[in-house]
Design a protein around this ligand. Sequence first.
Ligand SMILES: N[C@@H](CCC(=O)N[C@@H](CS)C(=O)NCC(=O)O)C(=O)O
Length: 217
Amino acid sequence: MKDPILYSFKRCPYAMRARMALKLANIKCEIREIRLNNKPDHMLKVSPKGTVPILILDNKVIDESMDIINWALNKVDVFKGNIEQDKVNLTKELVTIFDDKFKYHLDRYKYSTRYKDANLEFHRSECLEILYHLESVISNKKWCFGDKINKLDISILPFIRQFRIASPSWFDSQKQISNVQKILKNFLDSKLFKEVMHVYEVWEEESALVYFPPNNL
Ligand SMILES: N[C@@H](CCC(=O)N[C@@H](CS)C(=O)NCC(=O)O)C(=O)O
């Protein structure tokens, strides 16, 4: 099999979660860093919906981040044995809440001026409600379900990171999400996070091949 090609954008939370799964599963890819305002023709040709991440394999194109995660985990189940069965269903439920509701309100909180009539406080409090729910079901350990990182951590922490970035002092001052705050901090301090946030030059047709994970770390 040729090395897969990964179209990616460093700051995109969906691309971030896919890069984490690929990194944890030790799957080497040719990485193509893009800008959302200047998408390469080839990227749009393989996936006309025009979102990153996209993983191009010999026999198929995977253009949904959770499908990339599941494909990587199917190859190398890095989380095997890390969680009990009931947490598998909880992971599914929570990822759906984050991808649908949390992301919807996060965009309207972070970019309230871009959305007509978006009320920053309202959307922020909707996100916070979801974090209260998360707080009530996670551990008080290093990661959401204990001492080991899991699919839930890599899937949702990039979005919680964005939520914090909108107003770090406000986020840090929230009293009822101390485990969420702690887990986010562990994530931001982790070697994994630093590795997947490696800075790549923007890819162009004539660029030399560049690989992910970066081998200079
Ligand atoms: N459901 C997709 C969503 C991916 C997505 O929306 N990515 C954003 C960047 S964070 C994107 O590519 N947006 C296209 C654009 O802004 O033109 C997934 O999970 O992969």
